[in-house]
Design a protein around this ligand. Structure first.
Ligand SMILES: [Zn+2]
Length: 168
């Protein structure tokens, strides 16, 4: 499960709306507690593709964001991007480019502007041959279907208050 606070959700939503008609993108970092991944920081980064249908995170900004995360004692948890007019599911392109079995891939869909949807996906490790890119791609082709699986998201008012919630 990945946990994200309302304010970080709003942050992603705002930046996604501002980037329209293009896809927006960024990174998320935080900490891991048992099976839970807790987002503590969202980075809104530049989509150097300036495209409605795909994104590439500015490599320099990505480097700086990861350095910033590490300085704060956090770990990179994954990346996020927006879908301006498609649902919050990975596109074929998203699947082709996803390579990190550790990462959460969050997608903010603005397909229905009144009801934005944030989803998270992980690579299905059973479908991914470890270590070699070649085998990795072969597995995908054999699989035919999706190689990404939905990850449960929990929205929290304030991530720093988890312990208060669980006590109540
Ligand atoms: Zn996408």
């Amino acid at each position: 499960m990945i946990k994200i606070s309302k304010s970080e959700y709003q942050d992603i939503l705002k930046y996604s709306a501002r980037a329209l008609p293009y896809e927006a993108c960024g990174l998320v970092g935080g900490r891991i507690e048992g099976q839970d991944r807790i987002v503590e920081k969202v980075y809104n980064l530049t989509n150097v593709d300036h495209s409605q249908y795909h994104f590439s995170i500015d490599p320099q900004e990505q480097f700086e964001a990861i350095r910033d995360l590490r300085m704060r004692g956090m770990v990179p948890l994954g990346c996020w991007h927006s879908h301006p007019d498609t649902p919050a599911v990975p596109s074929k392109e998203d699947e082709r480019l996803a390579y990190d079995t550790f990462a959460s891939y969050l997608i903010m869909s603005l397909n229905e502007p009144e009801t934005p949807v944030l989803s998270s996906y992980r690579l299905d490790e059973r479908m991914v041959e470890k270590n070699t890119t070649h085998d990795h791609r072969q597995r995908r082709n054999e699989a035919g279907g999706s190689i990404m699986v939905r990850e449960e998201i929990q929205f929290e008012q304030n991530v720093s208050c988890f312990k208060c919630y669980s006590r109540n």
